[in-house]
Unconditional design. Sequence first.
Length: 256
Amino acid sequence: QQPATNPRPTQLMWYAWPRLEEWITPTQQSIMPPDVSKRAREIRDRFLGEFESMQRSPGSGQILLEDLVFVPIGPLSDGSWNVAVGHPDEEDNLPRLLEDPLRPYWVSKYPITRRLYNLFDRNHQVHYEDDYKKYSPEPRCPVIQANWYDAQMFSIWCRSRLLSEWEWEYACRGNSDAKEHRELTHWQSDPENDTELEKIAWIYANSQDRTWPVDAKLEGGSHTNDFDLVDMLGNVWEWTVSTYEAGEVSRVLRGG
């Protein structure tokens, strides 16, 4: 997630919020009762104000301080931001270059942890209690069973937003070599066997069929990339805001 700079209401809208915004500021032609607009505003302000109150709470503030760490992402070695995504062997995800260059942004250092997400929604872990015991048993394991709308609402709550696929790709590669970022067949140089992948990510071969705490890195921090981001690959799938043209999932998942 990326913290919004000078957030405006339009930067915080998600799929249902434009309608809520209409309730808050109805048009002159609207027949909406004034009390509806007032109530909608109260709901929005309370929701967006929870994050600030959590920051002031000693216990919650400590979790936010430790788990919601944002890392600045800088440009390539030549000052540009162009980056390729896709793979030549995937017909529904062919290589393509970003048409509009990225701008400076920040990314959360860790996947969102159980204890952090619990500040936002305490009912989530109760509803998926069995899954958490089996697959994500520790407080700093990543949150699981979160759909795209859950991720959207969490990012709004903490004054952030989901990354685009381009931003995710750029942050995941974690290097400043412009040539590497614009290489359309970049994936072909990635580790192709489990032995090498185990050194940099929690995958099926080494995860014991569960997730691991975000600070449980192998071999002295090898799960941290050159941007100081942890578990960009492996541990859990990660939602992006980008849409996917094929398959049953309409939003792009990355990380794996």
